[in-house]
Design a protein around this ligand. Structure first.
Ligand code: NAG
Ligand code: NAG
Length: 256
């Protein structure tokens, strides 16, 4: 893209964006005060908790964040990462749906679980991949973080709750590293949720903030089943074009 085209792109894209009905910049990443009428009904904290629990049920992959230990060790890693967080992709399953604590298959040699073994707490961050998100805006879609610690499941819990079958339904490939496999030491753990931080989308139409633990825990299976997430079905506009500008025009601007 030459300079002229780049400038043209910026001008066109800027025009297209300003002509779209995005929220006021002040409310992109924060909720307005209640007295600001915006025309959108912001879901309550409880409705947000139900959405979050449905996302936990439908999604399968998230990011585990842990902190490298400060203590010296024989680990082969740069010394200056001590105390620094690292986020790594991992699998989870909603295999204890009564509690809202996600189930994870912890591989002993993986960094996230080595950091936990060295004393780190852990956060699972996940986001809703809305199949019908038009025009596409990832920033308009819910995402959240579950902050807590890991706890090993007992052999009885694994057996009685059919944890392996549940997890393999979410992750058929994980059958190769289930506990007892011959290559990697692994074990079943639950992330015991202690705090929930939620960003439901743009702040003028979605709740952004902490969800109290009891709200997270007391969501019922019925509520999770009945909840419909933004963009789960057709006909959801994540942001609403007007003045004739739609995804097509923005796309053209990007392709100049
Ligand atoms: C882990 O979280 C708990 C609160 O749930 C806190 O008391 C503790 O200090 C944290 N541990 C570390 C290593 O940060
Ligand atoms: C969940 O807890 C909240 C806050 O205590 C309460 O308002 C709500 O009625 C509870 N819901 C259920 C289904 O128990």
């Amino acid at each position: 893209m030459g300079l002229r085209n780049t400038l043209l792109f910026i001008a066109t894209f800027g025009l297209a964006t300003s002509a779209l009905q995005l929220p006021s910049p002040a409310f992109l990443f924060a909720n307005p005060e209640p007295q600001h009428a915006t025309g959108f009904k912001i879901p309550t904290i409880h409705e947000s908790a139900v959405q979050a629990r449905r996302i936990l049920h439908l999604e399968t992959i998230g990011t585990l964040s842990t902190i490298f230990p400060t203590a010296h060790s024989t680990e082969n890693r740069p010394s200056d990462v001590s105390g620094t967080p690292i986020g790594l992709m991992d699998y989870f399953g909603d295999c204890e749906p009564g509690s809202g604590n996600p189930t994870i298959l912890a591989i002993s040699i993986a960094t996230s679980f080595k950091n936990v073994a060295a004393g780190s707490n852990i956060t699972l961050s996940l986001r809703w991949h809305a199949p019908y998100n038009r025009p596409y805006s990832a920033a308009a879609v819910p995402r959240f973080s579950l902050i807590g610690h890991l706890e090993e499941l007992s052999a009885e819990e694994v057996r009685e709750q059919n944890v392996a079958a549940c997890f393999v339904k979410y992750h058929p490939d994980a059958v190769s590293w289930l506990p007892g496999n011959r290559i990697h030491e692994s074990k079943w753990v639950r992330l015991v949720v202690e705090e929930v931080y939620w960003i439901g989308g743009f702040g003028d139409r979605a709740y952004i903030g902490w969800i109290p633990l009891n709200e997270w825990q007391n969501v019922t299976a019925e509520e999770i089943k009945d909840c419909k997430l933004p963009g789960e079905k057709t006909g959801w506009a994540s942001w609403i074009p007007h003045f004739g500008f739609g995804q097509g025009q923005v796309q053209e601007a990007i392709e100049l």
